[in-house]
Ligand binder design. Structure first.
Ligand code: ADP
Length: 606
């Protein structure tokens, strides 16, 4: 492999990625965290009552949890009676969704347990069937904007797989693949490859923030920035515990003695892997991931388009560049204001009476920052001569249709410019820079509204206009980014709200529900959504009277007859839950059955 010759990262690849000592997921805050004292105070003054799952009393739950403690060992089962402290990205609570849009106590676990290996996961599943307790597996539990570590059904027991099942089990350097457990984070996989001396040759794909689980994100079909940015497309082979506790391996892993588990995606007969993504059909305990061989160079650039109306032409230029693989990564086009939110807070702008940034104020800041109404970030891979030729060709293509497009490479922008950060992302180096966005408003939390768009100017333009108008009507700024795939785009809109302001949360919820309906009215569906919205989104996938949900329910009933695994995930409810008031279609103030469950005190005594 040629040495790393790119202009993109002359500073090289760090061995370690700095993070605060409290970086992790926890029930109680780590003692170095800024929330430790508050968490301790609330824990002593105000012990929370434990949420009890449907069909249980405090007594029967206690008996069940004692049985689980016998199976896993007492220290590996903890009651969730801790205060609901939201923490921050580095200190994610396992107790609830730190980006709650309902009451934080709505989607809350009764207990958390920490299985040590696949066999213990299987035993926990058998236990859940015996006691009919709903369970909710997590790999890391960050998943912010989509539900965090919260279970959908209040009182479920969370299986935190990340704490003890966090090993890189194998790296096959020649074939550029690895085998990982659920708790392997992007940042730990990166550091692991560095530690065994292959970090320069084998790259990973990192999403916006690297604290999440490589497996968890792929299972939720998340995206990143390199040529391997479609994470699910680059998984290869899985080990899964089924809802009745059997252990299976998919693809070539289903054959005793095969050496191709991480080399050939399919096996013989039906290919099952997809049914374990965004679903409640199994718990994944091992997964293979392809690693990106060092391509011998990366050139990153930014193009800025001066007018809001340029979006249409910009996407029209980009589409053939993607289909013909002139651009090989997952590039993005984002709104200038979204770009500016990395450097500015909302208070730096003039707002109208609804709280929306005035267009002339946005324009002023955009000019000051030397960006555009929309900006395009992309990376070209290969030796410098190759990427230079491609870069020139791409510039020509844009200049033909949007003559005023401005282009920038790293040497053209100041030190704090996002382009330097983008160079890290696209070479698979973790960074926490995106956290800067959380300064936009006080107590910021975000929801992602994430519809899919065809990779064409017409669809992108009508979505941006439609969603922007609706969000502004509710007093929110439209902060949109298109992550561009070969033929379709993830239109990810970060929907910022103040999580301590109950009225604002209600408004955010009402607005996002309206957006989902708006999108469905023009045949646009979301690729992923927050827990509270999954019933509504699932219902918009309605071809042939919702035939797909009927099929999902058949699978659910066959695979999980007791309905214990993640009831309600992606709108798929087990038969005993369906139509009993668990679904959230909109208009509800709280989640299901909360009133019946409140007021129960529970102590887990050995
Ligand atoms: P991350 O921390 O990477 O964002 P999470 O651990 O929060 O990801 O998981 C995201 C979603 O995927 C959650 O709904 C979770 O229940 C599901 N999930 C995560 N890991 C697994 C797994 N190993 N098996 C089955 N589902 C999983």
């Amino acid at each position: 492999m040629a040495p790393f010759v790119s202009t993109a990262l002359p500073e090289g690849r760090p061995k370690k990625i700095e993070r605060p000592p409290w970086h992790g997921t926890c029930l109680y805050q780590h003692e170095t965290s800024p929330w430790f004292e508050e968490s301790l105070r609330l824990a002593t003054e105000n012990r929370r009552k434990v949420a009890v799952p449907p069909g249980h009393t405090a007594k029967s739950l206690e008996e069940a949890l004692l049985d689980l403690a016998n199976i896993l060992g007492q220290e590996w089962v903890k009651l969730n009676d801790v205060p609901l402290i939201d923490g921050d990205y580095h200190a994610v609570p396992l107790s609830h969704d730190s980006y709650h849009i309902l009451d934080p106590g709505d989607f809350v676990a009764s207990a958390v347990c920490w299985p040590a290996n696949t066999e213990e996961v299987s035993k926990t599943v058998v236990w859940a069937n015996k006691w009919k307790v709903p369970i909710w597996p997590l790999s890391i539990g960050r998943n912010l904007g989509y539900g965090g570590s919260a279970p959908r059904v209040r009182g479920s027991v969370v299986l935190d797989l990340g704490r003890r099942m966090n090993k890189v089990l194998n790296v096959d350097v020649e074939n550029a693949v690895c085998l990982i457990e659920p708790g392997v984070q992007y940042v730990t996989l990166y550091e692991y490859l560095q530690s065994i001396g292959v970090g320069n040759d084998l790259w990973i794909d990192v999403p916006d923030l690297p604290g999440g689980s490589v497996m968890g994100n792929a299972l939720d079909r998340g995206v990143g920035y390199t040529p391997y940015g479609d994470h699910w497309a680059h998984h290869i082979g899985m080990e899964v515990v089924t809802p009745t506790g059997e252990i299976i391996r998919t693809g070539m892993g289903s054959m005793e003695g095969s050496e191709c588990w991480q080399l050939f995606r399919y096996g013989f007969g039906p290919h099952q892997d997809g049914i374990f993504t965004q679903s409640n059909f199994g718990i994944v305990t091992k997964m293979g991931m392809e690693l990106l061989p060092n391509p011998g160079g990366v050139r990153v650039f930014m193009a800025a388009f001066p007018k809001y109306a340029d979006l249409h032409e910009a996407i029209e230029v980009i589409r053939p560049l993607m289909i013909r693989k002139v651009i090989g990564n997952v590039p993005m086009v984002r709104l200038g204001l979204q770009d500016a939110s990395l450097y500015k807070t909302r208070d730096d702008f003039e707002l109208d009476e609804r709280g929306v940034v005035k267009p002339e104020s946005a324009q002023k800041v955009i000019e000051e920052l030397n960006t555009g109404a929309w900006v395009f970030y992309a990376a070209l891979y290969g030796p410098d001569e190759v990427t230079l030729a491609k870069y020139q060709y791409i510039q020509e293509q844009f200049h033909r249709r949007i003559p005023n497009t401005k282009f920038y490479q790293r040497e053209d922008v100041p030190e704090n410019h996002y382009l330097h950060n983008y160079a890290r992302f696209t070479t698979g180096i973790p960074t926490w820079r995106e956290l800067d966005r959380m300064k936009w408003i006080p107590n910021a939390a975000h929801l992602f509204f994430a519809p899919l768009s065809a990779n064409n100017g017409k669809d992108a333009g009508r979505q941006a206009n439609m969603f922007r108008a609706r969000m502004e009507e509710y007093g929110f700024n439209y902060l949109g980014t298109f992550f561009i795939g070969t033929r379709a785009m993830h239109h990810v809109i970060s929907f910022m709200y103040n999580r301590k302001d109950v009225a604002e949360k209600k408004k955010a919820l009402a607005c996002i529900r309206a957006l989902i309906a708006d999108a469905a009215s023009i045949g646009v569906g979301e690729y992923r959504t927050h827990l509270a919205l999954q019933d509504q989104v699932a219902k918009t996938y309605n071809w042939n009277n919702g035939a797909i949900m009927k099929f999902n329910e058949q699978l659910k009933d066959a695979l999980d007859p007791n309905g214990i695994l993640q009831p309600g995930r992606s709108g798929i409810w087990p038969k005993d839950y369906r139509g009993k008031g668990f679904e959230l279609w909109g208009g509800e103030e709280r989640s299901n059955l909360v009133e019946n469950q409140d007021g129960l005190n529970l102590t887990l005594t050995p």
